[in-house]
Each structure stands twice: as C-alpha cells, then as structure tokens.
Design a protein around this ligand. Structure first.
Ligand SMILES: Cc1cc2nc3c(=O)[nH]c(=O)nc-3n(C[C@H](O)[C@H](O)[C@H](O)COP(=O)(O)OP(=O)(O)OC[C@H]3O[C@@H](n4cnc5c(N)ncnc54)[C@H](O)[C@@H]3O)c2cc1C
Length: 467
C-alpha cells in the first residue's frame, strides 16, 4: 500500500467519492478517506437514500389503504414497520457497497479512518483500531460535508427528540410527531410518519414553508399538505422542551416574540437545517480560511487560500444537495488534472420528494423581481393533463419563467407527481440556454406528465393549447 498519492479526498459522500472516481479516471493516484465505516456519506447512509426508501414505501402503504379502492382494487392493508425499515436498510447496504466497488474500479484506495491535515500535503489517518497512518499527497480535497444544526437549548437524544437520523429509524409509529422546521427534510420525514399514522404538526419560524422555493409553489404545496392532514404553525419558534413521562411538552411562541403556548407530542424532530462540518480537521492550524458560518472558503475553482487544498460539497458555500456536491467534485477533479471543470449553479435542480413532489431549477419569481429582471410566465395545471388524470394525480402545476426580451428560460418550477424526474428536461434547457419556445416546440410523448411542462412553455408566448 502506497502512502503517497497525487490527490486524497477527505470524506466519502457524493462530493468525496465522485471526486476520487473522476480523479482516478483522469489517471491520478488517489485515496478516499471516510471515518464512518461505510462509504456514501450522509446521502447514502442517513440522508437522500434511506429517506427516499421510506417515502416510497409509505406512499405505497397510504395508496393501498386509501386510493386503490377508487381504481377497483380492494386490499386489506396493514403495516409491518420492521419490514419497511428492512427495505430501507437493504437499499442503503447495497448502495454503500456499490460505492466501494466504484472506488476500486477507479483504482482509488478506500481508507476507513478519521483524517486530520497536519500540514499542506500531509494527512494523518486514525484507523478504527487506533493505529495512525501518515499520507503524503500533492492535493487534498476537503469533502467532509455537514451535520444536523442544533436548536439552542434542545438536546437531541435520537429517541424522543430526534434529528433526521433518528426519524429514519423509529421503532414504532408515534401517535404525535412535532416537526421543527418546514424545509424539505422536515416535510419529507413528516410525510413518511403521517402516512404511517402519526398526527404531524410542523412548526416553522418563517411565515412560509420551503423557503427558497418559488412562493406560489410553496403556498399551493402547503395547501395540499394541509389537505393531507399535516398541521402548520408558521411564524412560530420553539423555545423549550420538557419531558413529561413518555411525552414531551414543547413551548412555542410567535417568531416576533409574544405569548407562549405548549404543544404536547410524543416525538419531536429537529430539522432546522444543517451546518457545514470541518471539525477536528486541523484547518485553523494550517491557516485555511473559513467564513462566519463555518464553511471552508474557496475561489470559483474550489481552491482554498492554502495551495494544494481544495473544498467541495456541503462544507463550502451553496445549496446542501448531493448532486451539487457531485458536480463540484467533477469540476474540482478536472481542475486538479489541469482541465477546465465548471459548474453552472443556475442549472442545479432541487426536489422535495413528497407526494406530490416539488421540483425547481433556475430563478424564482421573487429572485427575478428583486434583481429587477423583466420576465414572462407560462403555467399549466395537472388537472388538464391527460396522463395525470389516468394515474389519478392531478394536484399541482408546472410553471415556466422566461426572460421578457430574449425568451431565454430563467426558471422552471413544478408541483406535481414525478416533478423530480421531469425537472431534468428543464435543467438541460437552462444548461443549453434554451428559449421557452424551444421547449414549446419540442415533441413530448403523449400521454405523459411532461406535456404539462410543454404546455406551460407554450403559455409564455400565450399559446397554451390544451386548456
Ligand atoms: C435526511 C436527509 C435527506 C436528504 N435528501 C437529499 C436528497 O433527496 N437529495 C439531495 O440532493 N440531497 C439530500 N440530502 C443532502 C445530502 O445528503 C448532502 O447534500 C450530501 O450528502 C453532501 O455531500 P458531501 O459529500 O458534501 O458530504 P457528506 O455526504 O456529508 O459526506 C461527508 C463525509 O465525510 C466524512 N468525514 C467528515 N470528517 C471526516 C474526517 N475528519 N475524516 C474522515 N471522514 C470524515 C463523514 O463521515 C461523511 O461520511 C439529504 C440530507 C439529509 C440529512
């Protein structure tokens, strides 16, 4: 085993493992270090993948119990939670093993251990057995990701007061679940447990859920989730929590201050966001610049202020998303190999995997208004889409925003079934600098949900045909 490499990646998440793979493809000798014991990072182990496995299974459970009868299917449905968790664990196990295989294929050494940078080009790795290995490398990529942001005064025990990690592994369905934070993680996990039988209340500090998403989409999304039985307390903050026997008494007050109230719950999920994680890496000692939010500062090409040290993914600025980390991994690896890697941040989609899904790419109306950009809009509801009718999924709409002068697509926002798959077309359109007319004149198979995007694009120039 060599202890000298061209590049070493610290962190085996979507940022880290993709960087190692791309570096290997480009002929550099690499290693990828992760302390977790299973590769794939937050995303594969305790994030994207387990949550999507439970979202899928719980959605089928709810459909079988409530919607199949309308389709002429009679079913007696009951929940086997351990088996559902078993499905999730199996998927996670297979995919994390898959990452190890991919690293091997790229001739990147997968090292399990905790890494610390002792000097530029020098890393010390402490293995599970306590043994230390010293590695020398020309380049270090920091891809150490993020961790759950704490709620002041609240201690997460992962049993009664849980983070997303605990909420992915509850042993039984709580009667009442209080979700603190109306972002995508809280809404996804809240949806899982509501479908399985919990009464779910979401407390959100802001006056809207899913901040950052298009406002019109957010409002309609909240209306649909409310219809499904989720309760919302907006402009409200949690200021304390007390254990009361097997239950929790949670104190809330208006975000702007005011009269306190208590909410009784069985489980509280803290999902107020994530914070970049670069603890114990030794960055301060070697002078790597961090910002006030604890993110590693880089230039546009992922280089830190210390030569040979780079950073990608959740640990640096930008959306905390797996595919953003992956895109930065590819660009950073290509830069290290002397190529011209680049990420177009306007073309990075974001998806909420609830039912219906929410997906968006590019600018929201709010952002364009704030920037003083003149725009036109086309919209199309799924109630008027043939495929949506056939699959009994008519909630939501597609919205295309284009530049008023040039017709260039600036943003696409979809609330509806399969929105997460459909947004790929819009991301490609933005990446290619397409006009809304390009989408409108592109043939879309019939009957598909994607026709709603086409009809919305037609609407930008006022010629939506099927409404
Ligand atoms: C519940 C949940 C659901 C999510 N769902 C989605 C989704 O659907 N889609 C999406 O795009 N994103 C989703 N995310 C976000 C996504 O998981 C992250 O954006 C992504 O994992 C970031 O990748 P990364 O490589 O930057 O870091 P991580 O995936 O966080 O990987 C960092 C790795 O570094 C390791 N590490 C840290 N310090 C050291 C050290 N000193 N030595 C060795 N190893 C170290 C950690 O063990 C970790 O495995 C979700 C997150 C959560 C929590």
């Amino acid at each position: 085993m060599a202890d000298t490499f061209d590049a070493v990646v610290i962190g085996g998440g979507p940022g880290g493992y993709n960087a190692a793979i791309r570096l290997g493809q480009l002929g550099l000798s690499t290693a990828c270090i992760d302390k977790r014991g299973a590769f794939g990072g937050t995303c594969l182990n305790i994030g994207c993948i387990p949550s999507k496995a439970l979202l899928f299974a719980s959605e089928r459970f709810e459909e079988a119990g409530h919607s199949y009868a309308k389709l002429g299917i009679k079913a007696q449905v009951s929940l086997d939670l351990p088996a559902m968790m078993g499905h999730k664990d199996k998927v996670v196990g297979e995919l994390t093993k898959g990452v190890e295989f991919l690293l091997k294929k790229a001739k990147s050494e997968a090292i399990v251990g905790e890494a610390r940078i002792t000097a530029p080009g020098k890393i010390e790795v402490k293995g599970k057995d306590g043994a230390t290995r010293t590695i020398t490398t020309k380049n270090i990529i920091i891809a150490t990701g993020s961790e759950v942001a704490a709620l002041p005064g609240v201690t997460i025990d992962e049993k009664q007061i849980v983070s997303s990690t605990g909420a992915l592994a509850l042993k039984e369905v709580p009667k009442r679940l209080l979700v603190v934070g109306g972002g995508y993680i809280g809404l996804e996990l809240g949806s899982v447990w509501r479908r399985l039988g919990s009464e779910v209340t979401v407390v959100e500090f802001l006056d809207r859920i899913t901040p950052g998403l298009d406002g019109e989409i957010g409002k309609n999304f909240q209306r649909i989730l409310t219809k499904q039985g989720m309760k919302f307390q907006l402009s409200t903050k949690v200021v304390g929590v007390e254990k009361k026997g097997a239950a929790l008494s949670v104190t809330v007050e208006p975000a702007a201050g005011g009269e306190k109230k208590t909410i009784e719950t069985d489980i509280m999920l803290v999902s107020i966001g994530r914070r970049p994680f670069a603890d114990d890496l030794g960055l301060e000692k070697i002078g790597v610049k961090m910002d006030q939010r604890g993110r590693v500062v880089t230039d546009g090409h992922y280089a830190t202020n210390v030569a040979g040290i780079w950073a990608i993914g959740d640990v640096r600025e930008g959306a905390m998303l797996a595919h953003k980390a992956e895109d930065e991994a590819v660009a950073c690896a290509e830069r290290i190999a002397g190529k011209a890697g680049h990420v177009n941040y306007d073309a990075i989609p974001a998806v909420v995997y609830t039912a219906p899904e929410v997906a968006s790419v590019g600018k929201t109306e709010e952002e364009l208004k704030a920037a003083g950009v003149a725009y036109k809009i086309g919209k199309f509801p799924f109630t008027a889409n043939a495929r949506a009718k056939t699959i009994a999924a008519t909630d939501g709409f597609a919205k295309v925003i284009a530049d008023a002068k040039t017709d260039r697509v600036l943003g696409v926002h979809i609330l509806g079934a399969e929105a997460g798959n459909m947004i790929a077309e819009a991301a490609l359109a933005i990446e290619f600098g397409a006009a809304s007319e390009d989408i409108a004149r592109t043939s879309h198979a019939h009957p598909t949900l994607t026709e709603a995007v086409r009809q919305a694009a037609m609407g930008v120039e006022g010629w939506t045909m099927q409404m």
